[in-house]
Design a protein around this ligand. Structure first.
Ligand code: NDP
Ligand code: 2IT
Length: 452
């Protein structure tokens, strides 16, 4: 029988090797570290997981595709971006995960996202593997026609790697309904197939699921509510700070408000808005979804209750709950200290890896309920899997049905993480619970399917 500390030493060696074999990929190192530092109890307890090569295979993507994406801007100038699709693990089902269009995208970022996605998708219990893709293309300030030409060029290469039984992309930062439409159109044109299940996040009326746009934000609020329930509290009357002002942030604010909480902030890369009366969602949606504007316009148009803080971070605003919903590493140690000083009760991650490891440890040490992204934001990909199920059956479900399923899935993920953490001696530690529970499902399938 190997002890936990012997197992941890082995995992630490593996982490050193991962850093060595994947140079200049700090986000991937961070994601691998965050998972591997919690696996010692389960690997020590279940000797089959110590099988040589199992974890080594898990941290190596099954396939990585990098391609050139040439396109013409409105002035006729040729631009060249880089496209990525990392097909990380298909032990549980077709690769599944979003596409991110943002100038910060590189291979290490896509690998961190794909690695997280493996465990997140396993936690949904819906038979989906892990993958992620995207490009360093920056959609900000681009016309619809430019975005369309870019998406068409991107799909002209990507189409050969994806398919409803192979790999099913969706949206992420910079990729929403508009981009999924252009991508789907080009896929259909090239393949001459109406293959609805090849992409999720499609529009209503041509294969999209009701509640998919809302699912990540709604799901995160349901996860936060479940964490609070565990402590004998609920959302009613709680003040919440939310970062971001995109898809995840908007529907997080919508659900918080519907459940009686007061969401008082939103942000983008220019700064944040604090609105003591609570964010006016109609105004925010108009500015962000229709006009594709910046958050300072919200403060300008809202009147006395709101102010814009250029360059600041929402975490300095006192609140009971914090729901980071913008991007990775947006909540650091100093931010965690500010939240703790102001009496925060729960932090639930709508974004992927928004909280730095040091900040996570501080929050957990202070007794704050902390919901890691791979559990808390799994509602988006879960409803994507429900969209695939509807596409396969050539049917569409009512919004009520999809939302009931989403609620059930989020509560189930919460219970699984909570119970798993307890079983492995880390009560209340949702990070350990999510990592171990996701790992067990993927690892069992990998062991059963042999060395591939
Ligand atoms: P959107 O593109 O709709 O919105 C992103 C928001 O985050 C914008 O307000 C954007 O501001 C801000 N943001 C992005 N990058 C940065 C940055 N480097 N610095 C400061 N602000 C930034 O994306 P989503 O809402 O879809 O995604 C948000 C997060 O949620 C991501 O981490 C994503 O991986 C995660 N996620 C998304 C899911 C989905 O279904 N869409 C599912 C699960 C997780 P600006 O416009 O100024 O860049
Ligand atoms: O990070 C994520 O889970 C997503 N961007 C959603 C992925 C999906 O396939 O719906």
């Amino acid at each position: 029988m190997t002890t936990r500390s012997e197992t941890q030493t082995t995992l630490d060696h593996l982490l050193t090797e991962i850093e060595h074999r994947n140079p200049a990929q700090p986000e991937f190192h961070q994601a691998a570290h965050e998972v591997l530092e919690t696996l010692a109890p389960v690997v020590a307890a279940r000797p089959e997981y110590a099988e040589p090569g199992l974890i080594e295979r898990l941290v190596e993507p099954e396939r990585q595709v990098i391609f050139r994406v040439p396109w013409q801007d409105d002035q006729g100038r040729v631009r060249v971006n880089r496209g990525f699709r990392v097909e990380f693990n298909s032990a549980l089902g077709p690769y599944k995960g979003g596409l991110r269009f943002h100038p910060s995208v590189n291979l290490g970022v896509i690998k961190f996202l794909g690695f997280e996605q493996i465990f997140k998708n396993a936690l949904t219990g819906l038979g989906i593997g892990g993958g992620k893709g995207g490009s360093d293309f920056d959609p900000h300030g681009r016309s619809d026609a430019e975005v369309m030409r870019f998406c068409q060029s991107f799909m002209t290469e990507l189409y050969r790697h994806i398919g409803e039984h192979t790999d099913v992309p969706a949206g992420d930062i910079g990729v929403g309904g508009r981009e999924i439409g252009y991508l789907f159109g080009q896929y259909r044109r090239i393949t001459n197939r109406w293959e609805a299940g090849v992409l999720t996040g499609k529009g209503q009326g041509w294969g999209g699921s009701l509640i998919r746009p809302e699912a990540t934000g709604y799901g995160n609020v349901l996860f936060a509510a479940a964490m609070l329930r565990e402590r004998g509290e609920d959302l009613e009357g709680q003040t919440a700070v939310v970062s971001g002002s995109g898809n995840v942030a908007i529907y997080t604010i919508e659900k918080l408000t519907a459940l009686g909480a007061n969401a008082i902030t939103c942000s983008d890369s220019s700064g944040y808005v604090v609105d003591e009366k609570g964010i006016d969602l109609d105004l925010l949606k108009q500015i962000k979804e229709v006009e594709r504007g910046r958050v300072d316009a919200y403060a300008e148009r809202r009147g006395a209750s709101a102010r814009f803080v250029p360059g600041g971070r929402v975490w300095e605003v006192p609140a009971d709950l914090a729901l980071p919903s913008a991007t990775q590493n947006e909540l650091d140690e100093a931010d965690a200290e500010a939240l703790i000083r102001n009496g925060v009760k729960a932090v639930s991650e709508g974004a992927n890896m928004p909280t730095t490891p040091e900040a996570v440890h501080l929050l957990q040490k202070a007794g704050v309920a902390f919901g890691p992204g791979k559990a808390a934001n799994a509602g988006g990909v879960a409803v994507s899997a429900l969209e695939m199920a509807q596409n396969h059956a050539r049917t569409s479900w009512t919004a009520t049905r999809v939302e009931e399923e989403l609620t059930h899935i989020m509560n189930d993920i919460h219970t699984t993480c909570h119970e798993t953490a307890e079983r492995y001696g880390a009560p209340g530690d949702y990070v350990t619970g999510a990592n171990i529970a996701g790992f067990e499902r993927v690892a069992d399938a990998m062991l059963a399917q042999g060395v591939i």
